[in-house]
Structure formats: structure tokens, C-alpha cells
Design a protein around this ligand. Structure first.
Ligand SMILES: [Zn+2]
Length: 432
């Protein structure tokens, strides 16, 4: 493989095809199965549920799935956004457990033919945890999924959001302003809850009033006034937003801009001296600009209201416990050179970049990965870009100018983070 003899798509394929697939596995899964079966065979559904929930938290799972198969139920945990089979449970025992899950989350036991969902607290001996339970009828019985809402993992320190110092400074500058609109864009599962709540916790001070409009409220923030959209009684999302503005807030966090009307209210709020944080369901900064310009907002309003777009994705973080440095093969050196070229670092010697491999360990459930980190692209509007927007430039022209300002794209941020071995290049390429 020679430099320049291969294009990026081919390189991506080579890297992904050479990836050694590792299944999550641990002796802890078998231990959990034994304890659960001991409790459930004694009809103790309460301790069964507590045990599964506690172990899921200790294994850093975000969700517990009880999924039907023809013969049995498979209990699976979502760990680092990967669904992992933990153990199988006989259907007769699941029936008992499902009744306990429904009972403790205030779902109606006699209703089995329509979906239900509710949030409740599970008392785990020494701590309480909020769980959002949802059930779905299937031809066999009801499926159940429990989302674990562990506030300690959702609100982290601002420094733990994995910004490089340039992007971190850019964002700190943006949120220190009194008004403007900041958008976090998010494909599903990109960790926007953590980013938004962490920014809010950084903004929290006694002299400022923060109000949120959420759907639904997932974590309680004691220092914030939270409201949940309730679209009954003819009160739609936009009307809630307007009511919220009459509460004289300094900072507003609205969960999602759903349509032109929501965006209009959000921009008006930012133009009338509020700092507004919100989210859009888009893939990148370019995608966000393109949608806003083409569909919704007049350029002069956009230029005056929008300050920052944070596009983000989550990738798995490598396990620090079992990584060891290794020698590079010729091919790996070439791959590293290509990655460096992509981020304009090709003048530096590739020998400076280390290469690691893993021994696998119990801490990462033998998967090489433990927890996740974010990769970002941040578009911060300066005078030059505002002028371009006002002049009616397309999203493409704006992004080209933005690129000349040495801003880094999500892919480049990902490559940098993989060259530093916070994650792997495979993780980055899979989602870009
Ligand atoms: Zn490990």
C-alpha cells in the first residue's frame, strides 16, 4: 500500500475490514444469572429486579431489555450503546418478573395489549435510581425495556466533555454571552442530554434564572425550573414556549426545535436578550445550516440570532486498564500517515504516533472499550460568516469559509482523538 495510491473510501474499507471483532463477555454475566435464578426460583421478584438493575448500573449499562424469543426471554444490557446478551430466562419466571416491573412502575397489570410507559424509582438497598419503563405487546407476551436514569452519569464536569482546548474555549465564550441561540445537533444516541445538562450546570448561578422545556423530564435538576410539555387542553409546544418566556428567564433550554414556529420563538427569545439552548435532529453543522436556511429562517434573522452550532457524536472509549503499546506494521504506519495527512499533520514524522493493542480485561468486559467519548464539530459564527449569511450565501459557501478559518470537522476531531488513543479509528469511521 503506497501513499497517494489509495483513496479515502478504500482506506476506510481496509481499516474496517481488518478490525478484529470482540464480543462483550465477562464471568460477571454468569454470576448475575446464578443470583437472579436463585431469587426467581424462590418467587422473590423484588430482589430479582433489584439485582438486575444494580448489576446493570455496575456494568455501566444504560438500558435493560427483556426481549422475547420463541423459547425464552433474553435479558440484554445496552453497554456503550452496544446491545449485549447477558442471560436467558424461562418464560414462566419472566411472567413473575414482568408483573413486578409493571407493578413497581405503576403500569396497569391487566392491560397487556397496548404499549405503556412510566418513570419510577427503584430502591437499590443503599441508593435510589430513576428508571423509565416501557412495555410493548408482542405475539408471545409483553416486551419490556428499562432505561436507567442515573443522574451522576448524565451530568458530568464540563472538562469531561472531551473538548480539545480550542473547541472548549469557543464553547465557553459562547455560553458566557447574555443572549444568542446555541444549537446542539444530534442523531439519536449522541449523548445530547449529557452535553446540555452539563452546560446548564456550568451556567447555573444564583443570579440567573434557568427554565427548561422538556419532553419528557429525564433527570431532575434541583437548581433549574423544569417544565414538561403537556399537549393536552389545546396547549401545544409553541404555546408552552411562549408561556415559559413570560416567566422572565435569563437562560432557556428547550428540548427540541420541531418546526419553523418553534425556531421562530427560539430566535425571538434570543433577540430579546435570552441565552437559548436547543437541539435539532440533524447530522452535522452543514446539515443544520442547510435546513435552517432553506426551510425556515430569513437570513438576516439567522445572522442576528444564531451564535453556535455544536454537532456531536459518541464513539466508544478505549479501555485504559488493558491497553499496551505495540510495534507498528508497515501497513499500520501507512494508515497513520494517511490519517495525519487528513488533518494536515503530514509534515510530522509518523514515528511519533504510538500504536496500542489490548490484552482484554474484566473492566471492559473483554471488549477493548469502556464508556464513550464525544467527537465534535463546532461552528461559531463570527462577523465574516454573519455577513455571508446576510448576503444570502448557501450553507455550502458558509462551510467553505468556515473551513478556511482552521475549524476542525467532526471527522478530523475523531482522527485526532484516535491518534491520541482515546478511541480507535474504526469507531470514528463507523459513524462518519
Ligand atoms: Zn480492558
Amino acid at each position: 500500500m503506497q501513499d497517494n495510491s489509495i483513496n479515502n473510501e478504500e482506506l476506510k474499507e481496509i481499516i474496517l475490514n481488518n478490525e478484529e471483532k470482540k464480543e462483550y463477555n465477562s464471568s460477571k454475566f454468569a454470576d448475575l444469572e446464578n443470583i437472579v435464578k436463585w431469587f426467581i426460583q424462590r418467587q422473590d421478584s423484588e430482589n430479582t429486579l433489584k439485582t438486575i438493575t444494580l448489576w446493570a448500573i455496575n456494568l455501566w449499562a444504560s438500558d435493560i431489555h427483556y426481549d422475547h424469543r420463541v423459547e425464552d426471554i433474553i435479558v440484554r444490557f445496552r453497554i456503550d450503546w452496544v446491545l449485549v446478551d447477558i442471560f436467558a430466562l424461562e418464560k414462566k419466571y419472566y411472567k413473575l418478573l414482568l408483573e413486578k416491573i409493571k407493578h413497581s412502575s405503576n403500569l396497569k397489570l391487566n392491560i397487556t395489549n397496548i404499549p405503556q410507559d412510566w418513570k419510577h424509582s427503584v430502591d437499590l438497598w443503599d441508593k435510589k435510581i430513576d428508571v423509565r419503563v416501557s412495555t410493548l405487546p408482542t405475539p408471545y407476551w409483553e416486551n419490556a425495556v428499562c432505561r436507567l436514569l442515573d443522574a451522576k452519569k448524565a451530568i458530568i464536569d464540563f472538562d469531561e466533555l472531551w473538548f480539545f482546548w480550542t473547541t472548549k474555549r469557543m464553547l465557553e465564550k459562547a455560553i458566557s454571552k447574555k443572549n444568542w441561540l446555541i444549537l446542539v445537533t444530534w442523531p439519536t444516541g449522541s449523548g445530547k442530554t449529557t452535553t446540555l445538562y452539563t452546560i446548564l450546570s456550568k451556567l447555573n448561578s444564583r443570579d440567573r434564572k434557568i427554565i427548561t422545556l422538556e419532553d419528557p423530564i429525564e433527570y431532575e435538576l434541583p437548581w433549574v425550573i423544569q417544565s414538561e410539555v403537556n399537549e393536552k387542553n389545546w396547549y401545544n409546544f409553541s404555546m408552552w414556549l411562549k408561556a415559559l418566556l413570560r416567566q422572565d428567564p435569563d437562560i432557556i433550554m428547550m428540548w427540541e426545535i420541531r418546526d419553523a414556529e418553534n425556531l421562530d420563538i427560539a430566535t425571538q427569545a434570543s433577540l430579546t436578550w435570552h441565552l437559548v439552548l436547543s437541539t435539532l435532529h440533524t447530522k452535522s453543522a452543514w446539515d443544520t445550516l442547510d435546513r435552517i436556511i432553506n426551510m425556515w429562517l430569513k437570513p438576516y434573522i439567522l445572522a442576528s440570532a444564531l451564535d453556535t452550532i455544536i454537532a456531536q457524536r459518541l464513539v466508544r472509549k478505549i479501555c485504559e486498564n488493558c491497553k499496551v503499546e505495540t510495534k507498528k506494521s508497515k501497513e499500520e504506519t501507512q494508515i497513520i500517515k494517511h490519517m495525519m495527512k487528513e488533518i494536515w499533520m503530514n509534515s510530522l514524522p509518523a514515528d511519533n504516533i504510538k500504536l496500542f493493542t489490548w490484552l482484554w480485561c474484566e473492566k471492559c468486559n473483554n471488549s477493548w472499550y469502556k464508556w464513550r467519548i464525544w467527537i465534535y464539530e463546532i461552528l461559531s459564527l463570527n462577523d465574516e460568516i454573519r455577513e455571508l449569511i446576510r448576503s444570502g450565501a448557501s450553507a455550502q459557501e458558509i462551510i467553505s469559509t468556515w473551513r478556511k478559518l482552521d475549524m476542525i470537522t467532526m471527522k478530523e476531531d475523531g482522527i485526532l482523538k484516535s491518534l491520541k488513543w482515546f478511541t480507535t479509528i474504526q469507531e470514528v469511521l463507523k459513524i462518519i
